[in-house]
Design a protein around this ligand. Structure first.
Ligand code: C2E
Ligand code: MG
Ligand code: MG
Length: 434
């Protein structure tokens, strides 16, 4: 990489974003053989800093810039878009174009292996997204976004280190571009709403809790469902903003119910992986709850299985902390994907939430029912509570009950309701209250 006359940052010796963009535009117009935009990231870098300290973190960033940018013959320009996150502009020879995916996969694996050998506690992983530039007049930011999008598509796919940008992804990036401003505008204008779906016990036919679920209203008052925004907010790191907002709302709602003299019920909230990256996040929530005066047992946190794949030690210690403080922890969507049964003996959770898929799989299939029944037996034996979600009719309810589950959540009982509707329908005054 030749960087004559360009202003560069001291740590990596790479130019700044605006210089990169202007230079890229110039180079593309001058004519390059095969221009390619690449987004590289080191996963677990925050954890690396926690384990080895910031000075060692700087050493790693320098090495990273050296390998991917300064010593990489194909790299003509690069900049650091985020702490551990670099964008490369490559110019590739024709004969090397067909092997680009394989070559960079090798580079990523070699780099990660050498870091992990030197720093065995870190478990870092370098992975990237590649966008082959066909139209040199395209907006530079759009090219970067596309490389980033491709990279994020394999963020939790640990078998792959390179993702090529595909046409199918193009539609998603446009959608992503619309969702983010919509989310910020909803946050600023009180259009992020909290819905609550009740949880019931089958035998007592009684309310045993609720799950808080977010809904965003667009400018015209239409409800945008979570499937349109959760993944995008996850992959862009904005999910913690949403989670924090929802959690503060739930605390406010519970406090209000307590003041009205209602018999409180435990409300669960969804946490995502990103919420555990900043140790202050969990502490801040705990402080707000303590301040509200609502006992901690009325709050539960739902986490998905994937959370346990990364940053294992830091996640576990934060969960231990929450449980010690009296909060309930549940493992959400159990059985829907990255199943890691061996981990279950070790994770600090209280409740296993069976995914709807498990129940569907048991309908009319004897072996499916046996698996469900035996799993539930095992879980209750190790003193986990179990609950099945997505129960839509009495037939499904009977299956899960026959398998030993007494707690359900699903359309059979109710949809997620705006929290004030939930209040009207389910909250009752405690005995003795006026
Ligand atoms: P989840 O946590 O597994 O929530 C349960 C989902 O199942 C909800 O979808 C709920 O509406 C749906 N559901 C409930 N009963 C039934 C049923 O009988 N049949 C079927 N087919 N589905 C049922 P929803 O509200 O669309 O949320 C989808 C996912 O988005 C949630 O899955 C949760 O993982 C995520 N999510 C929603 N709000 C938040 C949030 O504020 N923060 C985070 N991190 N995730 C959220
Ligand atoms: Mg959930
Ligand atoms: Mg779930």
């Amino acid at each position: 990489m030749k960087l004559e006359n360009l202003t560069t940052e001291s740590l990596t010796g790479l130019p700044y974003a605006d210089v990169f963009k202007a230079e890229t535009e110039r180079l593309l117009k001058c004519g390059m053989k095969n221009p390619v935009m690449v987004s590289v990231d080191i996963s677990n870098f925050k954890y690396f800093n926690q384990m080895y300290g910031y000075d060692e973190g700087d050493v790693l960033i320098k090495k990273y810039a050296k390998v991917y940018c300064h010593d990489n013959k194909e790299c003509v320009l690069a900049f650091r878009i985020y702490v551990d996150h670099i964008i490369l502009l490559l110019d590739v020879e024709d004969e090397d174009m067909s092997s680009i995916e394989i070559r960079y996969d090798e580079l990523n694996r070699k780099f990660s292996a050498s870091v992990n050998e030197e720093y065995p506690l870190a478990r870092v992983r370098a992975y990237m997204g590649i966008y082959i530039i066909e139209d040199v007049n395209e907006n530079i930011t759009k090219m970067i976004d596309r490389a980033q999008y491709a990279r994020r598509s394999i963020k939790i796919n640990y078998t792959q280190t390179v993702a090529m940008f595909t046409q199918g992804m193009a539609e998603h990036t446009e959608e992503e571009a619309g969702i983010i401003p919509m989310f910020f505008s909803a946050l600023e204008n009180d259009r992020v709403k909290v819905y609550i779906q009740p949880k019931f016990s089958i035998e007592e036919q009684k309310l045993i809790g609720g799950e808080a679920l977010s809904r965003i209203m667009d400018k015209d008052g239409n409800i945008v469902p979570p499937k349109a925004y959760i993944d995008i907010l996850e992959s862009t790191g904005l999910i913690s903003k949403l989670d924090y907002y929802v959690i503060l709302k739930v605390i406010e709602i519970q406090k209000n119910w307590m003041e009205k003299g209602y018999e409180l019920t435990t409300i669960s909230m969804n946490l995502s992986r990103k919420d555990f990256w900043e140790p202050q996040f969990i502490k801040a929530i705990d402080e707000c709850i303590v301040k509200s005066g609502v006992p901690t047992k009325y709050f539960e946190f739902e986490l998905t299985e994937t959370l346990f794949c990364e940053n294992y030690v830091t996640v576990i210690s934060q969960l231990d902390y929450l449980r010690k403080r009296g909060y309930k922890i549940s493992m959400d969507d159990f059985g829907s994907g990255y199943n890691s049964l061996y981990m279950l003996g070790k994770v600090p959770v209280d409740i296993i939430k069976f995914d709807r898929g498990f129940v569907l799989n048991s309908l009319g299939v004897e072996s499916g029912r046996k698996i469900l029944k035996n799993l539930m037996n095992t879980f209750t034996d190790i003193e986990f509570d179990v609950i099945c979600e997505g129960i839509e009719n009495r037939e499904e309810e009977k299956i899960v009950h026959d398998c030993g589950c007494n707690a359900v959540q699903g359309y059979l009982y109710d949809m997620p309701l705006p929290y004030d509707k939930f209040e009207d329908k389910y909250m009752t005054e405690t005995m003795g209250a006026q």
